[in-house]
Each structure stands twice: as C-alpha cells, then as structure tokens.
Design a protein around this ligand. Structure first.
Ligand code: FES
Length: 159
C-alpha cells in the first residue's frame, strides 16, 4: 500500500495551502505520487483522493485527462517526445521514428527489459529549441535523428 513519509505529507500540506480548494491541489499531489512510485495507478488515485479529501472520480478524471500522468509502468528512461506544432515543423516525426526503430517500441510502450518507455506529449515549453525530447525530465533539444541515436546508445551503455 502506498504511503507518503512525514516529510512528504508536509509537502502535500504546502501544496494545499497554495489553493482555495483541495481539488485544485490534485495535480501537484499526483505529481508527487508519480515521482515517488513512477506511476499513477488505481491504488495511487485512491490514496491521493483520501489524502486530500477529494472524490476519487475527480482524481481519476485529472489523472486520465493529462498525458503526463502514467497509468502504466514507465521505463527507467522515460522518453517524452513533443510532437506539438513547433517540434512538428522541426521534424519531430523523424526523431520519433528513429526512437521507435532504435528501441523497437511504439508510443505508450515499454521495452521488455524495462529500460525505455516512449510517450508522446504536448508542448514542453521549449519551442525555440525544437524538436525536444524530455528524458526523465531533462530536455534534449535541437534534436536530429543522429543526436537521438547517440543519446539512446549512451543510455544503453549506462544501463
Ligand atoms: S512545440 Fe515542442 S516544445 Fe513547444
């Protein structure tokens, strides 16, 4: 059963204090949960709902509406590929195709060894350096098929 530490509960209180309602704090607490457990599954939704006293269906609604919350396990390296307009105009499709070919999985999938998962996301807020892929929250910018190939090879070597 999931459980936040005392320190994390304090963080939750801090998040709640910034909003007029508990419902508005759901996203922040879901982020905390996902950062800790790597996933926002059924258990997580129930836990967060109870923790901040918000109906479960509302937490579920938020968790399933936004692509940034994952209902399935993600890889050790979570590749979030932006395919929004600026990135699309700068050939994000080629970057995505290279990723798929290089690691052999499609969007929303994870490699059998749990090393990589691939996710398509909306604008990462770094359009000036498009195309962008976030790897475990670290932005890889101005990507080309060659650059992403090198990056994947490096991550494979690091294990
Ligand atoms: S469109 Fe990709 S970062 Fe904005």
């Amino acid at each position: 059963m999931p459980m936040f530490t005392e320190e994390e509960i304090k963080q939750v209180e801090e998040i709640r204090s910034h909003y007029p309602t508990n419902l508005a704090a759901v996203m922040g607490v879901l982020h905390m949960y996902q950062d800790k457990y790597g996933i926002v599954d059924e258990e997580g939704i129930t836990y967060v709902a109870k923790l901040i006293d918000v109906p479960e269906e509302n937490v579920l609604g938020v968790a399933t509406f936004y692509e940034m919350y994952h209902q399935h396990k993600t890889g050790k390296y979570k590749l979030q590929v932006c395919t929004n307009v600026s990135c699309m105009l700068c050939n994000s499709d080629m970057v995505l195709r290279t990723i798929k070919e290089k690691i052999g999985i499609g969007i929303g999938e994870m490699t059998d060894d749990g090393m990589f998962s691939v996710h398509e996301v909306e604008c990462l807020g770094s359009c000036g350096t498009a195309p962008v892929v976030s790897v475990n929250k670290q932005y890889q910018e101005n990507l080309t098929p060659e650059k992403i190939t090198t990056l994947i090879d490096t991550l494979k070597t690091q294990g």
